[in-house]
Unconditional design. Structure first.
Length: 173
């Protein structure tokens, strides 16, 4: 895989991101919605992320396979002045058709590299406790669990743990 920029692909990003997020959420993925988000919700989210990227307070990465969006992810710097050296990996979403092809790993690794380049000291994330593949991926990239809220996430009658993980970039050369 290689990192490239292609302005021609940017025009359809929001629509493709909405397609991916809607399909994942409809399938039960833990991405912050119980019901698939509307196109307007996704557009608003992306506008906020793009604004933070322009301000130097976020990083966004997208992966394409055959010129189709296969996944995307982003982190945003914490807003509180005392937490500015830290960022939260808020979302990594990979199209179901691209699962198992290394897209999530490539996106997460690129976002970690971006965090290092922006002098982020600690990168945090949270995941639903039943999201075993994501938690395994994050552990393999050096994240460690630092907390857990049992049965915190409610999806209908089901309850899931909320797992908090961190990557301390201060300890890595």
């Amino acid at each position: 895989m290689e990192l490239t920029a292609d302005p021609q692909l940017a025009g359809g990003f929001a629509k493709s991101a909405h397609r991916i997020l809607s399909a994942l959420v409809a399938g039960g993925a833990a991405l912050g919605w119980v019901e698939p988000p509307s196109p307007d919700e996704v557009a608003e989210l992306l506008d906020d992320v793009f604004s933070a990227v322009r301000a130097g307070d976020a990083a966004l990465r997208a992966a394409y396979l055959d010129r189709e969006l296969a996944g995307f992810g982003y982190w945003r710097r914490y807003a509180r002045p005392t937490h500015r050296p830290h960022a939260d990996l808020e979302k990594v979403a990979v199209d179901g058709a691209a699962h198992g092809r290394g897209v999530g790993r490539a996106l997460t690794a690129a976002l970690i590299a971006d965090a290092r380049a922006r002098d982020i000291e600690v990168l945090t994330l949270d995941a639903r406790g039943d999201n075993t593949p994501a938690l395994r991926l994050y552990r393999s990239l050096g994240f460690t669990e630092y907390g857990r809220l049992p049965d915190f996430v409610a999806v209908g009658e089901a309850r899931y743990d909320k797992v908090f993980c961190m990557l301390d970039l201060r300890r890595q050369g």
